[in-house]
Design a protein around this ligand. Structure first.
Ligand code: IPD
Ligand code: CA
Ligand code: CA
Length: 261
């Protein structure tokens, strides 16, 4: 399979759907907003965006299956699965905050081989394919070379429905607040990850994320020279609901703090 060519086709799909989402910004009404579960919102925009993505991907790779947040299609593929978050940053979108993205990854057997994250408002498309490097629009990107937490900008996501680990999490926030340049909570895990990939953020960690939040962004981080693990330093970050992303050096120096969550 020509993953590079496929990646450029997926970029086109993500960009087109991003334009659709942006056009809906001014159309969205209060009555369009539904609650899926505690603090988890959705509207026709997420659902329509997902339908558009899946229809287009089916034409590209008819034999593939899907793992998609809104459950449009749950077909199991033999070898290939698309992991899709049609709108990552729904709460931002609904509140008129321009930080949201379209996230699409391709998994071949158990391995992610392609990732595209389109940050709609900034018109920045981040992407990578297996065997290639990582890019933002036409530029090659790489993770930061920052060596110490004191020079780092740290990104995270605050727990908003699973509060069981809150105390440990707040301890880690205290540590990074006291020892880093600052902490950001953007509201789109896919954007957090690609900002690590291009060196804007030095470190990102969050728990309770789903595969569609992280699949594409985490793959782009690895292709940009970064390291991705779960909170124990292991590989269970896609389905394990815990992720740390950073360069190799910061990863080792922050693992002990995050492990304790
Ligand atoms: C959310 C975003 C957010 C993260 C949440 C996710 P959604 O995804 O990625 O940054 O903190 O846990 O659910 O619901 O906007 O697709
Ligand atoms: Ca998401
Ligand atoms: Ca979403």
């Amino acid at each position: 399979m020509d993953l590079k060519a496929l990646c450029f086709d997926v970029i086109e799909i993500a960009r087109e759907v991003g334009i659709y989402i942006k056009m809906q910004e001014s159309q969205l009404k209060q009555k369009d907003i539904e609650t899926k579960s505690l603090n988890s919102l959705v509207s026709y925009v997420d659902k329509t965006a997902e339908k558009k993505i899946i229809a287009a991907l089916k034409e590209l790779l008819p034999e593939s299956g899907f793992i998609a947040e809104e459950g449009t299609d749950e077909t199991k593929g033999e070898k290939y699965h698309w992991i899709i978050d049609p709108l990552d940053g729904t709460t931002n979108f609904i509140h008129g905050i321009p930080m949201y993205s379209v996230s699409i990854a391709l998994q071949e057997n158990d391995q992610i081989v392609l990732g595209v994250v389109f940050e709609v408002s900034r018109d920045e498309c981040f992407y990578a394919w297996k065997g290639g490097l990582a890019y933002m629009n036409t530029e090659e990107i790489s993770v930061s070379k920052t060596k110490s937490i004191k020079d780092s900008l740290v990104a995270t996501g605050f727990p908003y429905y699973d509060f069981k680990r809150q105390d440990g999490y707040f301890e880690s926030l205290k540590h990074f607040a006291n020892n880093s340049r600052g902490i950001r909570r953007m509201g789109s895990a896919a954007i957090d990850l690609v900002y690590v990939a291009c060196g804007r953020f030095d470190l990102f960690y969050e728990y309770s994320l789903h595969p569609w939040d992280v699949a594409a962004g985490a793959f782009i981080v690895t292709q940009a020279g970064g390291k991705i693990t779960d909170f124990q330093g292991g590989n269970n970050w896609l389905h394990g609901k815990e992720i740390i992303a950073s360069n190799e050096t910061l990863h080792s120096s922050s693992l002990a703090v995050i492990k304790a969550i």
